[in-house]
Design a protein around this ligand. Structure first.
Ligand SMILES: [Ca+2]
Ligand SMILES: [Ca+2]
Length: 354
C-alpha cells in the first residue's frame, strides 16, 4: 500500500511509539490484567476542557471488513451455533479504504467523569433524563437465569441513567446509557467552546484506528483466547451472572465482570485503549448492511440516511465472537443502554502535554 511520504513518516513514528510501549510493558513484567502504561511520549497529547487525551492517527490506507466464511469461524468458535455464524455478511466484501486526512482519536472511551464535566459546564440534560424514560440497569432479580429470558438488564426505567447503570462506576469508568444524540451533543459543545471540530468517528475511521495496521480478528491475533489479554469482554466472571452463556465466554477471567476503568488493558499499536470491549462505541454513520459493496474508496461516511447508527467494538458483555474488530452493530439515535458509550475524534492537532 502506497502512502504519501509525510504519512509514511507519521506511520514510522507511530510504530516506533508502539515499540517503545511494548518495551515498557515487557520491562515492567506486566501480566494481565494490570494497568497499562500511558501512551508513548510521541503520542501523548494535551487534553481538551473536559480532560480527554487524543492520539494522532495519520492518514493512510487499510483493508476494511472481513470475508471469513462460517466454516472458518466455526473452527475458531466451536460453541457458536450455525445461525449466528451466518449473520456476518455485512462485514464483506473486504475493501480498500483510504483515509485522506490525519485525525486525532480519543485515547480512551469518554469517562463518567468527563461526561459529568460536560454536563456541568454546558447545562446539557442527557436524553434519558430529558424524556423521563430513563436508561437501563443491571438488576440480578430481573428475569434471573432460571427464567426463559434470563435478561438481567432492566429498563427503560427512570432510576437508571448515565449515573446509574445498576453496577458500580467511578469517574474513571466509561460512561454508558448515553444515546448517539448525547454523544453528538457533547462533540458539538466542545467544538463551540474550542473552535475546533470534535465529532464521532466515521465507521471507517473507527476500524482504521482499531486495526492500527493489523488484519487479524482481534487486536493481538486470531486466537479467541487472546481477547482476555487485551480487552474487557464477557469472561468467566461475567458468566457467573449469565451462566446460560458460559460456553460462549472467554475461557478465563479478564478481571472485570462489568465495565473496567478505561485504560486497564494494553493499548493497540497506535496508543488507543479499549477499542475492543469495555463499551460499544457510537460512530457517526448510518448503518447499511450492503454498504461495503458500494462505499467510496476515500473517506466513506456511510449511507445518506438510515434507521440506525453504527456502534463498534463490542463491550464487557460481548462474547469473543462479537469482539472481532470487523464486527458491526447498530442502534437507534435515542438508544441508551448499559453496554454503549463512545469516544470522540478531534480534527486538529493538540498542543504538546505539559
Ligand atoms: Ca470482563
Ligand atoms: Ca470500547
Amino acid at each position: 500500500m502506497r502512502r504519501p511520504r509525510a504519512t509514511q513518516l507519521a506511520h514510522r513514528r507511530a510504530w516506533a511509539a508502539a515499540l517503545l510501549s511494548a518495551t515498557l510493558l515487557a520491562a515492567c513484567g506486566t501480566s494481565t490484567p494490570t494497568a497499562a502504561p500511558e501512551a508513548a511520549p510521541s503520542q501523548r497529547t494535551a487534553t481538551d476542557r473536559v480532560g480527554i487525551a487524543f492520539a494522532h492517527i495519520p492518514a493512510g490506507e487499510f483493508l476494511m471488513g472481513s470475508d471469513e466464511s462460517p466454516s472458518a469461524l466455526s473452527k475458531a468458535f466451536p460453541h457458536a451455533d450455525a445461525k449466528r455464524l451466518g449473520e456476518f455478511k455485512d462485514e464483506a466484501p473486504v475493501h480498500s479504504v483510504r483515509i485522506t486526512r490525519d485525525f486525532w482519536m480519543g485515547t480512551h472511551e469518554v469517562t463518567v467523569g468527563q461526561f459529568r464535566e460536560f454536563l456541568r459546564q454546558s447545562g446539557y440534560v442527557p436524553e434519558s433524563v430529558r424524556d423521563g424514560t430513563g436508561g437501563y440497569g443491571f438488576n440480578p432479580d430481573y428475569n434471573p437465569p432460571n427464567t426463559e429470558r434470563a435478561d438481567l438488564f432492566e429498563g427503560r426505567d427512570p432510576r437508571y441513567s448515565w449515573e446509574n447503570p445498576g453496577f458500580a462506576q467511578t469517574d474513571q469508568h466509561p460512561v454508558v446509557n448515553v444515546s448517539w444524540n448525547d454523544a453528538v451533543a457533547m462533540a458539538r459543545w466542545l467544538s463551540q467552546q474550542e473552535g475546533v471540530t470534535y465529532r464521532l468517528p466515521t465507521e471507517a475511521e473507527w476500524e482504521y484506528a482499531a486495526r492500527a495496521g493489523t488484519r487479524t480478528r482481534f487486536q493481538g491475533g486470531d486466537d479467541p483466547a487472546e481477547v482476555l489479554r487485551t480487552a474487557n469482554t464477557f469472561d468467566s466472571e461475567t458468566a457467573l451472572r449469565w451462566p446460560r452463556w458460559r460456553e460462549q465466554a472467554g475461557s478465563g477471567s479478564d478481571g472485570f465482570a462489568f465495565t473496567a476503568p478505561v485504560g486497564s488493558f494494553q493499548p493497540n499499536a497506535w496508543g488507543l485503549y479499549d477499542m475492543i470491549g469495555n463499551v460499544w462505541e457510537w460512530c457517526s454513520d448510518w448503518y447499511g448492511d450492503d454498504y461495503y459493496a458500494q462505499s467510496p474508496a476515500s473517506d466513506p461516511t456511510g449511507p445518506d440516511d438510515g434507521d440506525v447508527k453504527v456502534r463498534r467494538g463490542g463491550s464487557w458483555h460481548s462474547w469473543p465472537l462479537y469482539a472481532r474488530t470487523a464486527f458491526r452493530n447498530w442502534n437507534s439515535t435515542s438508544t441508551r443502554y448499559v453496554l454503549v458509550g463512545f469516544r470522540l475524534v478531534r480534527e486538529a492537532p493538540v498542543k504538546p502535554a505539559h
